[in-house]
Every structure is written in structure tokens, then in C-alpha cells.
Design a protein around this ligand. Structure first.
Ligand SMILES: [Cu+2]
Length: 181
């Protein structure tokens, strides 16, 4: 038995603690980070639990919902990232600068495709709008060497591939002084 016991236990504990609704949560493409506060910043982690029917993953495209007013992909040694910007309906000020665009789409491309029997995580630093609430839906397109999976919700979506979601909690301090920069 060469598997370190403590690591195995930690995985079991976090699964039991935070994702009680689905025992297949780690076998999907999901957001594994905790919820975010409205009006706050959060680090969002996208876990890639498997490839496309056994085929290695070569690209992940995340559509960022409008309630996320800023997003920065985290640097990862095995992935390069590109972003697509869009105009904000309501520009805001950050560090004295007017922000009028937001990242609407992030594409991560793997330098070495991720095998189906390996797990990986991609990070995003995000800022959530003050009036955001409920579950934010982040549809993901997973492209593999063979095949593609669309992780999305809606009528024509396949229920076995639900879109990753980020739960937003109300900011208790409300409008403002909590994190006004
Ligand atoms: Cu799955």
C-alpha cells in the first residue's frame, strides 16, 4: 500500500463536507471551490474529473456569466489561456480606473493533453457583482483528442453533463464599504 493514507482521508472528508448532493461530483467538470460573496472577490477552481469517453482533454472553454464583472485566469504550467472581452453595461471604478470591459470567455489550452485517468484543476480569480444572487451558471466546453463535451444546462442539454455552478452568498455588510476598491 503506497497510497498515503492521510491524502485519501482528506479527499474523502472534503467530498463529504462540501458536495453532499452528488457522489459523482469529482467525476465531472465542476467548480470545486466554495461559494462566493456578492460584491466580493473569489478564487474559483474548475476540477476536470475525466476526459471525453476516455479521450484526453486538450482544451477547456469557460463562459463567464454577466454577474461576474471581472475574471483572471490563473497561470498553470501545463495550460495557456486566452480571454475574450465584452463591454460592461455598467462600468465601475477599481483602483481609481474606470473598468468598462469584462472577461466573458476564457479558453485554456493544454500543452500536454490531460489523460482520462488524471485529475487537474484550473483557477480563475473573479469579482462578483454586488447584486448577484443564487447559483451562477458557467457553461464549459471540454474538447478532447476525440470528441467534445458541452457542460451546460437547458432544454437541449444532456442531464449527465450539467454546467458547473458557483453559489453566491449575500454580502452581509451590503452596499459598499466592505470592499469598495
Ligand atoms: Cu462526469
Amino acid at each position: 500500500m503506497k497510497i498515503p493514507k492521510s491524502h485519501f482521508l482528506r479527499v474523502m472528508v472534503s467530498a463529504a463536507c462540501c458536495l453532499p448532493t452528488s457522489n459523482s461530483a469529482f467525476a465531472h467538470v465542476v467548480i470545486t471551490s466554495p461559494s462566493a460573496k456578492a460584491g466580493g472577490y473569489a478564487k474559483l477552481t474548475i476540477g476536470i474529473g475525466h476526459g471525453c469517453d476516455g479521450s484526453p482533454t486538450k482544451a477547456i472553454t469557460v463562459t463567464i456569466p454577466i454577474e461576474i464583472i471581472a475574471a483572471k485566469p490563473q497561470i498553470h504550467w501545463n495550460w495557456s489561456s486566452t480571454t475574450k472581452l465584452e463591454k460592461l453595461e455598467r462600468p465601475y471604478t477599481s483602483h481609481g480606473t474606470t473598468i468598462s470591459e469584462r472577461v466573458a470567455v476564457v479558453t485554456f489550452v493544454a500543452k500536454e493533453p490531460v489523460a482520462d485517468d488524471r485529475y487537474d484543476e484550473l483557477g480563475l480569480s473573479v469579482r462578483v457583482a454586488q447584486d448577484a444572487k443564487g447559483d451562477l451558471v458557467l457553461p464549459v466546453k471540454q474538447e478532447c483528442e476525440k470528441g467534445t463535451i458541452e457542460w451546460k444546462d437547458g432544454k437541449e442539454a444532456k442531464s449527465e453533463y450539467p454546467a458547473p455552478k458557483l453559489r453566491v452568498q449575500r454580502n452581509r455588510t451590503e452596499q459598499g464599504n466592505a470592499h469598495s476598491h
